[in-house]
Design a protein around this ligand. Structure first.
Ligand code: GLU
Length: 613
C-alpha cells in the first residue's frame, strides 16, 4: 500500500484533533445510521446548509410563501451571522438558479474584483512573491465585495419577497445571537492569534480575550445594523458610510498597538465599490449520461473543470466498468481537466478562455485517449491544446503544471434551496480563508475577504499561472462549483461544496458516485472522498484507507496522501411523486442541517435506491 501523510498547517492539525474528539466517526466514513439532521424528505420546498439556524432562516421564508431565491438569500445572510468565517457581507460567491417558469438555468457571478489600482506585480516585492500567509492577513488581498450585489440582484430579479422581508431572519439572529457550537469555537481558536491583532475582530469574536465557549450566545448587533441598512437601500450602502468604512479598513488596516505583524495596506477605493457589478453569465453545460449538468462559468473554474472531467468519463460506458475502474477513470479525468484549468481559466473579461472547446465532446475524446485502463498517468500531465483542434500533440508535451497539491482549507460554504413551484438554487459563497483577511470593519460586524490571494502571484518558471495574474478590475479564478442537474428537462440534483480547489473534485465524485456507482445521494455525500488535482498524489480521507478499492487503485499505481477532511456538501434530489430529499453533510465540519417543508416519506435510504434512472 502506497500511503503518505499530507503536511497540514498547525491550525488545520489542531482543528483535526479537536474535531476528532468532538465526533464519533472519522471524517469520510459513512455514518453509522441515517441522520435526521442531515437528511430530510418531503414536499413543498427544501433547504440544506451547514448550519441549523441558516436552514431555519431559509425555511421560515419558504413557509411564509417565499420562493427558493428568497430562501437562499435568507439562509446566506444567516450564515453571515453564524458562519462568519466562511462567508458574509464582505465576500463573494456564485449563485446558480433554475427557473421553473422558464425551464432554464441562470447564474450570477458575484466574485470579488481587484481594485483599479491593482497591478500584475502587486503581490511581488523585490521581484519575489510576498509570503502567502502575510498576503492572507492583509488589506492588499481585499477585493471589492460581491455578496451584497448578488443578494440584491437575485431577490430583485427572481425573488418574490422584498429584500427587507428576506433579510429579517438574519437581522433577528444577529440581534438575539446564536449558540456557539464546537466548529465555531475551533475555528475561532485556530484564528485567535491573528484576530487578537485587530481590535474590531477581537472585540467581536474574542469576547473577554478568548474564543467564545461552546454553548454560549454570541450576538452581533453591528451586523444587524449593517443588514438593516442593506435591507433598506440594497448594495448601494457600499457607496455610503458603510462603503467608506470598508475602504478605510482595507487601505489602513486597524492593527492593535504593539502587534508584531506586518499588515500590508490595500488598494481598494470608493470608486471600486461603486463600479462593482454582479455579472449574469450563461451557465456551463455538459450532457452526462443523458443528464444536463449546469455549472458556473469563468471567472470560476468550477463548471468548466467538472464539465470537462465528466465529458472524459462519459467516453466510457459505466456498465462495462467495475466500481474501481470508474474511480480510476474519474481520478485520471480530474487530473487531465485540472491541467487545462490551470493553464486556461481566468476572468473572461481579461483572458481569452477557450471554454467551448474545453467543454466539447471532441476535446474530451482527445483527452480521454490518454487514459490507460491499467496504469496511471504520470502527474503533472500537460494541458491539452484546445486551440489546435487536435489535442494529442501538445497533450504529451512536458508539463507546465504545478508539482503537487497544496492542502486546501475547509473555508467557504454551500447551500441549496427548492420551492413548491420547482425553482432551485445552488449557491456557493466565501470570504476565501477561514476568517478571511481576519480584519473586521469596525462598527459594521463583518470580516473583509482575502479573495485576491486566489490570483497567481506570478507566472511559474514553466509558464503556468498566466491566465490568473492580478490586473485592475479582474476577478481571481475560483474553484466554486455550484451545480444543478436536469433529467428529462426537469431538476433532479443540486449540489456544491466548500474546500478551495477540492470543491471541483468533491462535486465531481459526488456526481459520479450518484449517477454511475449506485450510491444514494446521502451515501455519495458521506462517502470517503478523494481529490486528484494533477499531482503525483491523490488526497484521500481516512475512511478510504484499507478498503478493497484503495488496494485496487494502489495496485494500478495511484498514490494516496491522507487528508483529514475534504469538502462539506449540501445537496438535494427530486425523488418520485414530487418529493424532495434534502441532504446536508453528516459529519464533516460538525455536520450540516437539511429540512423540507412538509416532511413525508422519510426512510433510511435502502439498497438499490441509488440507481440514477
Ligand atoms: N477562494 C476559494 C475559491 O474561490 C474558495 C475558498 C475555499 O473554499 O477555500 O475557489
Amino acid at each position: 500500500m502506497k500511503r503518505t501523510t499530507c503536511r497540514v498547517g498547525a491550525a488545520a492539525g489542531l482543528l483535526a484533533l479537536i474535531a476528532a474528539a468532538a465526533v464519533p466517526a472519522r471524517a469520510g466514513e459513512a455514518p453509522e445510521g441515517p441522520d435526521r439532521d442531515s437528511v430530510a424528505v418531503g414536499r413543498g420546498g427544501a433547504v440544506a446548509t451547514v448550519d441549523p439556524d441558516a436552514t431555519e432562516a431559509g425555511m421560515r421564508v419558504l413557509r411564509s410563501g417565499g420562493n427558493a431565491v428568497d430562501a437562499a438569500v435568507a439562509a446566506a445572510a444567516a450564515l453571515g451571522v453564524t458562519e462568519p468565517y466562511s462567508s458574509g457581507f464582505g465576500g463573494g460567491g456564485y449563485f446558480v438558479y433554475y427557473s421553473a417558469a422558464e425551464g432554464r438555468v441562470h447564474t450570477l457571478d458575484g466574485r470579488e474584483t481587484a481594485p483599479a489600482a491593482m497591478r500584475e506585480d502587486s503581490f511581488l516585492e523585490d521581484g519575489e512573491p510576498i509570503p502567502f500567509e502575510e498576503a492572507v492577513t492583509s488589506g492588499l488581498s481585499v477585493g471589492a465585495p460581491g455578496t451584497p450585489a448578488t443578494w440584491e440582484r437575485a431577490v430583485e430579479q427572481w425573488g418574490s419577497r422584498p429584500l427587507q422581508y428576506v433579510m429579517r431572519p438574519a437581522i433577528r439572529l444577529a440581534e438575539r445571537g446564536f449558540t456557539v457550537d464546537a466548529t465555531f469555537n475551533e475555528q475561532t481558536a485556530a484564528n485567535a492569534e491573528r484576530f487578537a491583532d485587530f481590535p474590531a475582530t477581537a472585540e467581536l469574536f474574542l469576547p473577554g480575550g478568548a474564543p467564545p465557549e461552546v454553548g454560549t450566545v454570541l450576538r452581533n448587533p453591528d451586523l444587524a445594523d449593517t443588514y438593516r441598512d442593506f435591507a433598506r437601500h440594497g448594495a448601494s450602502v457600499l457607496e455610503g458610510e458603510i462603503g467608506a468604512d470598508v475602504v478605510e479598513t482595507a487601505t489602513a488596516p486597524p492593527v492593535a498597538p504593539g502587534a508584531d505583524r506586518q499588515v500590508r495596506p490595500g488598494l481598494l477605493s470608493a470608486g471600486d465599490l461603486a463600479d462593482y457589478e454582479v455579472v449574469e453569465r450563461d451557465p456551463t453545460h455538459v450532457d452526462y449520461r443523458g443528464l444536463d449538468v449546469y455549472g458556473m462559468a469563468p471567472s470560476s473554474s468550477g463548471g468548466s473543470t467538472v464539465g470537462e472531467a465528466l465529458n472524459i468519463i462519459d467516453t466510457r460506458d459505466p456498465a462495462e466498468l467495475a466500481p474501481e475502474e470508474i474511480q480510476h477513470l474519474t481520478l485520471e479525468a480530474s487530473k487531465l481537466a485540472y491541467a487545462d484549468r490551470n493553464a486556461y481559466i481566468g476572468d473572461p473579461a481579461h483572458v481569452d478562455v477557450p471554454l467551448e472547446t474545453l467543454l466539447s465532446e471532441d476535446y474530451a475524446r482527445q483527452r480521454a485517449c490518454l487514459v490507460e485502463p491499467d496504469s496511471v498517468l504520470a502527474a503533472p500531465v500537460a494541458p491539452g491544446d484546445p486551440g489546435a483542434g487536435n489535442g494529442d500533440g501538445d497533450a504529451c508535451a512536458p508539463s507546465s503544471a504545478p508539482a503537487g497539491p497544496e492542502p486546501e482549507g475547509p473555508s467557504t460554504t454551500h447551500l441549496v434551496t427548492a420551492d413548491r413551484w420547482g425553482n432551485v438554487v445552488s449557491y456557493t459563497l466565501t470570504i476565501e480563508q477561514t476568517g478571511g483577511s481576519g480584519i473586521t470593519v469596525p462598527g459594521r460586524g463583518f470580516l473583509l475577504n482575502n479573495e485576491l490571494t486566489d490570483f497567481d502571484f506570478r507566472v511559474s518558471e514553466t509558464g503556468a499561472g498566466a491566465a490568473n495574474l492580478p490586473a485592475p478590475g479582474k476577478r481571481p479564478r475560483s474553484s466554486m462549483a455550484p451545480t444543478i442537474v436536469l433529467r428529462d428537462g426537469e431538476p433532479w440534483l443540486a449540489l456544491g461544496s466548500p474546500g478551495g480547489a477540492t470543491i471541483i473534485t468533491t462535486v465531481l465524485h459526488v456526481l459520479v458516485d450518484r449517477v454511475d456507482r449506485g450510491m444514494t445521494l446521502p451515501e455519495a455525500v458521506a462517502a470517503p472522498r478523494l481529490s486528484q488535482r494533477n499531482a503525483e498524489q491523490t488526497q484521500a480521507e481516512p475512511g478510504f484507507f484499507d478498503t478493497p478499492e484503495e488496494k485496487a487503485l494502489s495496485e494500478l499505481g495511484h498514490v494516496f496522501a491522507e487528508t483529514p477532511e475534504i469538502g462539506a456538501v449540501s445537496a438535494l434530489e427530486f425523488l418520485d411523486r414530487g418529493r424532495i430529499q434534502a441532504v446536508a453533510e453528516p459529519r464533516r465540519r460538525g455536520g450540516g442541517h437539511a429540512a423540507v417543508l412538509r416532511e413525508r416519506g422519510w426512510e433510511p435510504p435502502g439498497p438499490g435506491s441509488g440507481a440514477a434512472r
